[in-house]
Design a protein around this ligand. Structure first.
Ligand SMILES: Cc1cc2nc3c(=O)[nH]c(=O)nc-3n(C[C@H](O)[C@H](O)[C@H](O)COP(=O)(O)O)c2cc1C
Length: 382
């Protein structure tokens, strides 16, 4: 499998599997418990069909949309994901470059591996993903740095006050930075290109949190440890409202699944909700974002932007979500496999293919702009 032979997310997944030592691949690929929610997030899109209108006289399509105060050339952007330096030595820089080329937004995780300041220099729209930490000084410092670096929006992740039970990581011995155990050693040895890049290129770091916590230094530490020790578990709506005020700009709450919580996001003054279950990595058995979209759009559509996050693997998935009332979609693995497989060129190819699918499917649906996608263009299979 080579980059030029990759045409869809599954192809990029195969490429990533070949390029990465297995603990790293399974860290991206896996979910919590039995991975029921992970699978359902994508399967849910198959429970309904698109119903096109033909002879619509459409010869070109406007895919642009506005999300979190940013004009995007197409309604799909890159969700925040941790530890990208482990997947490719360019890390988050690769996303920033691809977002710039393609006219979409990229996101940066609190546990990202490139600094807020370095990524702030890229012209593409950028969103910083934040947590409420036990140490309020860390949260305040992150907000101040994002303001200084001119990040466009903030997303508060609320579905990870404790780490999900990701059993693949226990089995593979995944830690960050990677630890050489008898189990993982063979896999690192079998992937010399990755291992040499890891050892000889820029050092693995968590530059956004390293000033405050040992986890940002080079001690061995897993994401599970980070979430379990650094998150303020008692976070509540007052914390969210306070952060919205402190930031004072476009603000999303990420990890909202219930209708009641969607209404509370409106009351708290958020600009957007990201309907998300963290890509099936947290609460297994939770509903898929796509299945929950009707109820949320009915309750808060028009009052707040709705971003469908999770399970997106095809352009047609984006069309279905928009028809149900989403403002835009976002995703992680859709670009992560490509990042692991081929860095910035991989991310650019993956996102270009998805953009082309969205455009082609819009033409086939007889829609000129995304506002023309309506619930009536979907038929349920049940
Ligand atoms: C490897 C990996 C790391 C992630 N790290 C974070 C993170 O640091 N913060 C966060 O809010 N979400 C994180 N997520 C969740 C994504 O932002 C997003 O919600 C999820 O990937 C959507 O599901 P999808 O991968 O099916 O598109 C991570 C997801 C993956 C796969």
């Amino acid at each position: 499998m080579r980059l030029k032979n990759c045409y869809n997310t599954e192809d990029f997944r195969k490429l990533a599997k070949r390029r990465l030592p297995s603990p790293i691949f399974h860290y991206i690929d896996g979910g919590a418990d039995d991975e029921v929610t992970l699978r359902r997030n994508s399967d849910a899109f198959d429970a309904c069909d698109l119903v096109p209108n033909v002879l619509a006289g459409v010869d070109s399509v406007d895919l642009s949309t506005e999300v979190l105060g940013q004009r995007l050339d197409f309604p799909l952007f890159m969700s925040p994901t941790a530890m990208q330096r482990l997947f490719h030595h360019d890390g988050e820089r690769a996303l920033a470059k691809a977002a710039e080329t393609l006219g979409t937004m990229f996101s940066v995780s609190t546990i990202g591996t490139r600094s807020i300041e370095e990524l702030g220099a890229f012209a593409a729209p950028k969103l910083f993903q934040i947590y409420v930490h036990n140490d309020p000084a860390l949260t305040t410092d992150l907000i101040a740095r994002c303001k200084a670096a001119k990040f466009d929006a903030l997303a508060l992740t609320v579905d990870a006050i404790v780490a999900g039970n990701r059993e693949r990581d226990y089995i593979s011995g995944m830690t960050t930075p990677p630890r050489l155990t008898p189990k993982s050693l063979l896999s690192f040895a079998l992937h010399p290109e990755w291992s040499l890049n890891y050892v000889f290129r820029e050092k693995f770091e968590l530059p956004n949190v390293s000033k405050f916590i040992e986890a940002g230094s080079n001690v061995q530490y897993s994401v599970v440890d980070y979430l379990d020790t650094q998150m303020k578990r008692s976070i509540n709506w007052d914390d969210a409202a306070q952060m919205i005020e402190e930031w004072g700009g476009p603000f999303a709450i990420k990890g909202v699944m219930s209708v009641d919580d969607a209404r509370r996001c409106v009351d708290a003054g958020a600009s957007a909700i990201m309907v998300s279950n963290h890509g099936g990595r947290q609460l297994d058995g939770s509903r898929s974002p796509f299945d929950q979209l009707d109820a949320i759009a009915d309750a808060v559509g028009g009052q707040i932007e709705i971003i469908l996050d999770g399970g997106v693997r095809r352009g047609s998935h984006v069309l279905k979500a928009l028809a149900k009332g989403a403002t835009a979609c976002s995703g992680g693995r859709m670009y992560l496999y490509a990042l692991a497989g081929a860095g910035s060129a991989g991310v650019e190819r993956a996102m270009t293919l998805l953009k082309a699918e969205i455009e082609r499917d819009m033409l086939l649906m007889g829609c000129r702009s995304i506002s023309e996608l309506k619930p009536s263009m979907l038929a349920s299979r049940s």
